[in-house]
Write a protein that binds this ligand. Structure first.
Ligand code: ARG
Length: 458
């Protein structure tokens, strides 16, 4: 039964199906009842409805909530939306008293409220997953401070690093994701209830009271903005897209790091699937799915941008399209964070293979140039000389550490025996003890700082 339309003809079946949102906004039943409970309490406290009526309404709303949660009451999917279902259910149980609930309220501020309440809960659960993931990253880093691996640029061997330094780079990304999430949360933590359809109400309602009951920081400032603002949904969709970008990049690397060509890591069987034809196959499907699911999150963001663009003030039915995008994005991010945490927690890290790989590709060429600079050569000259030496070595199939001192001296007399110490892979790592770098002490600082930052997050 519609909450509107005593003056209208009503919708035909197909149009009704097109119009309704209950199939997806039914998940807001708890938020909707929470909002109604706060509203009814306020109405009675300021004397707009009687205390007796408020008690009857509250008691029955709580019963409805309990029954839906227990699976005893089924949400009727023939209703227009969750707001209609709950109000109609209430009135069918308590009679005319239930009809007083919607005094000084509109579905416009009601659905804006429900979505903000949902957003707060959703962000809290994503925040927890991000925090857990950062803890996992730190634990991997602590175990791999000396796990030497090649660092890459352009996917080519570049300079030596460690698995700890590498995985902590993702720790930073996830921490920024966390910061963005918290900023968005703080911005959306405002109560739109009482804005009604667009210009508040002639009743003397107390928006500060519902704000307090519902646990918001403050009421929203302008009622027209309150019912049309979906910026916070856009922000969440954007933040989620960034999280998925980070996860997708990590998954991409884990996927090729696990290939036979690299063999740097192995996925646990718990996170791998097989092939229906090739009995030897172990496929990284979960990581691939996370990489793939980033696409739908970007789609959700673009959906809402397109929905909002060109909508006039204030509420327009277009806004009903905000929900599926938000719910889909939240679910995707939440699940992906849970899965990646499991993948990392059970990952086998092949230290030997990474160490062997770090011997290839002249990772220490920059060190050799730096050595020459220490001996007095300008860096550009050192750079071009080492370029020639690398050319020679790759033709001869030699590593830089395999070339004799005599041969080095034919390139430049400046070379001494101590060059071998300088270009040794372990030393190359140790020498990069700059703030933010891969040397053990520098990595310890990164770990401590990150631990410190997340310990401050409530
Ligand atoms: N189902 C609607 C939505 O999600 C509820 C608000 C309806 N308001 C209205 N004026 N038709 O946006």
């Amino acid at each position: 039964m519609y909450l509107w339309g005593s003056h209208l003809e009503g919708l035909e079946n197909f149009t009704h199906e097109f119009n309704k949102s209950i199939e997806f906004d039914k998940i807001l039943f708890e938020e909707d009842i929470e909002g109604s409970l706060a509203h009814v309490k306020m109405l009675s406290e300021v004397g707009i409805i009687s205390i007796e009526d408020a008690e009857i309404i509250s008691r029955e709303l709580k019963n409805i909530l309990k029954e839906i949660k227990a699976g005893e009451l089924e949400i009727n999917l023939e209703e227009e939306d969750i707001h209609s279902f709950i109000e109609n259910e209430l009135t069918s149980r308590v009679g005319d008293v239930g009809k007083r609930l919607h005094t000084g309220r509109s579905r416009n501020d009601q659905c804006a409220l429900d979505l903000r309440l949902y957003a707060k809960k959703a962000l809290n659960s994503i925040k927890k997953e991000l925090l857990d993931l950062i803890v996992e990253v730190i634990s991997i880093a602590e175990k791999n401070k000396n796990t030497i691996m090649p660092g890459f640029t352009h996917m080519q061997h570049a300079q030596v690093t460690t698995f700890a330094h590498y995985i902590l780079s993702y720790g930073q990304m996830f921490y920024r994701d966390l910061e963005r999430l918290i900023e968005t949360y703080n911005r959306l933590d405002e109560n739109p209830l009482g804005s009604c359809a667009l210009v508040t109400t002639s009743f003397n309602i107390d928006r500060f009271m519902t704000t307090k009951i519902l646990g918001f920081k403050k009421p929203t400032e302008n009622s027209m903005d309150s019912v049309s603002d979906r910026d916070y949904v856009l922000e969440i969709l954007f933040n989620n897209s960034v999280i998925m970008t980070h996860l997708s990049r990590l998954c991409e690397e884990l996927i090729y790091f696990s290939s036979s060509e690299y063999s740097y890591i192995k996925f646990s069987e718990k996170f791998s699937t097989g092939s229906s034809i090739m009995p030897q196959k172990k496929n990284p499907d979960m990581a691939e799915l996370i990489r793939g699911k980033s696409g739908r999150c970007y789609g959700d963001l673009l959906t809402l941008f397109t929905v909002l663009k060109g909508t006039p003030q204030t509420y327009n039915k277009d806004f009903q399209e905000d929900k599926e995008a938000l719910f889909d994005s939240v679910k995707t991010v939440f699940n992906s964070l849970k899965i990646i945490k499991g993948i990392l927690n059970t990952l086998y890290i092949n230290k030997e293979k990474m160490r062997i790989s770090a011997e290839l590709g002249y990772l220490n060429a920059t060190d050799l140039a730096d050595y020459l600079v220490l001996k007095g050569l300008p860096f550009r000259e050192a750079y071009s000389l080492v370029g020639k030496i690398v050319n020679f070595s790759s033709k001869e199939n030699l590593k830089l550490e395999d070339i004799s001192l005599g041969k080095y001296k034919t390139f430049n007399e400046i070379f001494e025996e101590d060059l071998y110490d300088y270009i040794n892979i372990e030393n190359s790592l140790k020498n990069r003890n700059v703030y933010g770098g891969p040397a053990e002490d520098a990595v310890n600082i990164q770990i401590n700082n990150l631990k410190n930052l997340i310990s401050k997050i409530k």
